[in-house]
Design a binder for this molecule. Sequence first.
Ligand code: ADP
Length: 438
Amino acid sequence: MSDIRWKTFWLGLSLLGASLIIWAAKSLVAALIFLCIALVIYIVNHLYWLHQLQIWLKTPSLNEVPDGRGVWAIIFSGLFQHQRKNSRAEVELVTALEGFQRATSALPDGVVVLNHRDEIEWCNPPAELLLGLDASKDSNQPIQNFVRYAEFISYLQSKKYNNKITVKSARNIETTLQIQLIVFGTSQKLLICRNISAQEKIDTMRRDFIANVSHELRTPLTVVGGFLETLLDTKDAVTDSTRTYFDLMINQTERMRLIIEDLLTLSRIESNNEVPSASLINMSTLLTMIQSDANALSNGKHTILLDAEDSLNIKGSREELLSAFTNLVTNAIRYTPEGGTITMHWQLKNKQAVFSVSDTGIGIEERHIARLTERFYRVDTGRSRDTGGTGLGLAIVKHILSRHKAKLKVKSTLGKGSTFSIVFPQSRTVSEPNKEAA
Ligand code: ADP
């Protein structure tokens, strides 16, 4: 810029000098005429280069930057440098973008980039295939126009994207899709879509296999158990020396029967995709029943207390929830030594109904707590078996709760006792007295 100022300064000075010389040599009029002609040439020159600049700006190409004269040579050279820097940055950006698009296109998962208004900015070929999008036609269209699953719309509107959702593909009923949204940048979103049909198939096959095996074993086991009992009851069929073996056989067949029943219950709950009923459960009746069953199981060895809010009820499957609550209470009795206390609480906390069972039993070490709901996970296998456990109780509870969108919370101190709580969602909690509850 300083170059331009110097050049203009020297040009002006030269013109003034030349005019003064002409004035001295000729006359003032001749000097003024010279100055006017020089100024006209100067302005015409500027207008010409301005016109060249305007032409170039219409299609600014690096190869066609005008050369310019005088100050215009400096201006055009600056423009050339600037344009070259821009072109280089543009090439780098395009290369990076192409690299990103190539990488995401190679992904087996569908990827859709959404802008802050949830409109499609870009999507890869698997997303086109899985969600029925067309990258060339559908950009700038709201994603809800194409991905119309009710679960997806409410997921998108919820703004809580920690979980993934699973939907049956509308394009192919055999296909199951898993969808997740990830927020990035200011408020853009990345939609990741995966075909999990193969995994689903394997899970279903595994579930069916367990259910079939359990079902097939049930009858022979009943027959064996029945014959063993008949033999024990038949006079002189069992000698005193072999009676202990018969008792052991009967115990073991009973244990197997319980495991098979629990496996069947688990596979029944797992394969039930229907939303559990929303009928209102009269909790006061249900809890009184659970308390009296608990007293019968404990056989007077424990104090069993119930502290319940009468006006608090829930909506759900009575049969399933009775099984879940009973499981927790039964565990509390089984893992609490004689003389201990078991307390059932039924309260409203943060507008959510909470059922909790506290015991003064053996407690659980912290490291085991996260794994308690795994199938056949036991802290102490011997104790679980001795008390008639199958190792499946809490796995069944977990599935029942997930069907009801409820959560299981466990607090425990080794040697002091445990509290197992079920927290129900607000949508299933009814906190006014309701005479229609069943
Ligand atoms: P199980 O039939 O073995 O009791 P569960 O699935 O019901 O199987 O429970 C899993 C494990 O959790 C149990 O084996 C036991 O170690 C532990 N557990 C469950 N409830 C309690 C409790 N109230 N106190 C101490 N340990 C418990």
